[in-house]
Design a protein around this ligand. Structure first.
Ligand SMILES: [Zn+2]
Length: 536
């Protein structure tokens, strides 16, 4: 029931960017009339996966609530997969296709408030992942024993690359069953809880009790072994379940010690894990990893950092397994709080990049966390704004990660009250619990709860590619300063040091002059993400 009002802005921004984007982008990325009239309630994805043939077949049952009377319903599925037939109440329906968008012509009267179902039967050889998870699809691999090791990943290109669904983020299904038949000797791990294994057919029946976004749904097939633990958390006992390849069990038992440490830190800062009913899982996959809801996938080669690298170059990035911490951080920011439009993807990646520093803060202290998040700035390129164009399934700059986390770190300084900041982060996860959101809602919430207007700060860092520069002149007893490279009206307060004395400045685009004592050394507090330039 995460369907909320249409964003009027969509139409407007689609027009602006219309030269660059195609009709297919709009069919995919906007809330079309054939999507808007119905609200997703339930999916049952029921498929067979044949790794030998790289072939899948089956159906998705789509149950929806009628919001407004209409008779054409859009479902998305990407070629080379083909829809075989669509039925409602046992009657086959006509489907008119336009690329990836398929328009189902309903016969039955759709009365407002009714719950109806369509069943979409499909099959084919789905797109093979080129460079999972970024250029995703199906990864058809083998483990070191020559057994099939198969996984899906589809963020960005969309879940319709492997199953038919309403492939837009604004409307999350309320619950979902996932049944996957796999060859004997292999196991399928999907999202939620394993309810039943049909031994005769080797079909694994999973069930997700909570709302889930499309790209969060996954199948992982392999010669898995299981281990697990109980975590005593804020909402009671949480099952933490781990599925890894048979030969990697010992390595996993060592490496996954970060998982309960992660849960401890994130529950403290972000509030209870959002999917207790569905458990938390780590599932080994043949690619780097992805934030699949309640079944976070792992392929970081049992190494610290990001495949053994420290993204911050400070040493702190090697204190944890990046994929466990980062992808699990997405359970709060991506899976609990989900963007409506890919343009606002920083809400996922900015906050989750920030979560890495929160993990360090909890376990290694504030200074370690500061070193790390500031160290991440070396990865920022300022090529274009963090927020992308709306309505065309298009993300903004990759800076959404490191600039996003540094923006949040700067806001922490501005609030200057760590407990208040923590309550804001927890409040976001409580007040937007299991919802899809716009960046504007998140920005307004932070300003409101902080009691400070951060709108210019968000505009500067999210809607331009420019980093503020504090220009200053320092002479005997006089400090002159102003902001350049900023939007109109930007006057973010700043802490600076004169010698070792901290001072608060409120610079603007006009020159300000402060009297100071003598000619001390001047520097901007490193925790604020601004550049400085001495003019004399
Ligand atoms: Zn991420």
């Amino acid at each position: 029931m995460k369907n909320t009002l249409l964003i009027l802005l969509l139409t407007f921004t689609t027009t602006i960017f219309s030269q660059k984007f195609t009709e297919q982008d709009t069919l995919r990325g906007s809330i079309t009339p054939e999507r808007a009239w119905w609200d997703l309630n339930y999916y049952h994805l029921d498929i067979e996966v044949k790794p030998d043939e790289k072939y899948i077949s089956g159906s998705n049952t789509i149950r929806y609530k009628v919001l407004e009377k209409q008779d054409v319903l859009q479902v998305d599925l990407q070629p080379p997969l083909k829809i075989k037939k669509v039925t409602q109440d046992g009657k086959e329906l006509e489907v008119k296709s336009n690329g990836n968008a398929h328009f189902i012509h309903l016969k039955k009267e759709q009365r407002k408030g009714d719950f109806n179902e369509v069943i979409v039967h499909y099959s084919g050889k789905p797109k093979e992942a080129v460079r999972a998870p970024w250029d995703g699809g199906f990864s058809w691999k083998k483990d070191s024993n020559g057994k099939h090791f198969v996984a899906t990943s589809c963020q960005g290109l969309g879940a319709s690359v492997w199953w038919p669904n309403k492939d837009h983020m604004y409307d999350e299904v309320d619950s979902m069953a996932i049944s996957v038949k796999v060859p004997k000797g292999l196991m399928n791990v999907s999202n939620g809880r394993l309810r039943k294994v049909d031994e005769a057919t080797n079909t694994y029946h999973w069930f997700v009790k909570n709302p889930i976004n499309n790209y969060g749904v996954n199948v992982n097939i392999g010669d898995y072994v299981y281990f697990g633990e109980k975590f005593e958390g804020e909402k009671g006992t949480l099952d933490m379940d781990y599925y890894v390849l048979r030969d990697d069990l010992e390595k996993a038992k060592e490496q996954f010690k970060d998982a309960p440490k992660m849960m401890k830190a994130f529950e403290h800062w972000f509030g209870p894990y959002p999917f207790y009913e569905d458990s938390f899982k780590l599932v080994q996959v043949p690619y780097l990893g992805m934030e699949h809801q309640s079944s976070v996938t792992y392929g970081n080669q049992w190494q610290q950092g990001y495949l053994g690298r420290d993204l911050s170059s400070t040493g702190w990035g090697l204190k944890f397994d990046f994929i466990i911490i980062h992808e699990a951080g997405h359970e709060w920011f991506a899976n609990n709080i989900t963007y409506k439009d890919a343009a606002d993807m920083w809400v996922h990646e900015g906050f989750t990049s920030y979560s890495e520093n929160i993990f360090l803060d909890y376990h290694y202290g504030k200074e370690a966390a500061e070193d790390y998040v500031i160290g991440l700035r070396q990865n920022i390129v300022n090529d274009k704004p963090v927020i992308g164009p709306y309505g065309v399934n298009q993300e903004g700059s990759k800076d959404m990660y490191y600039k996003g986390s540094n923006l949040l770190h700067t806001i922490r300084q501005l609030i200057n009250d760590d407990e208040k900041w923590r309550q804001i982060l927890r409040g976001l996860n409580k007040d937007f619990y299991h919802q899809t959101v716009t960046t504007q809602e998140i920005e307004n919430y932070i300003s409101e709860k902080a009691g400070m207007d951060f709108s210019k700060v968000f505009d500067q860092y999210l809607r331009t590619a420019d980093i503020p520069v504090l220009e200053y002149e320092l002479s005997e007893n006089v400090l002159k300063y102003r902001y350049t490279n900023v939007i109109d009206g930007f006057d973010m307060p700043l802490q600076v040091f004169l010698g070792d004395q901290a001072h608060a400045l409120i610079p603007s685009t006009e020159w300000n002059t402060n009297k100071i004592e003598g000619l001390p050394e001047f520097k901007v507090d490193r925790n604020y993400y601004v550049n400085s330039k001495k003019l004399n």
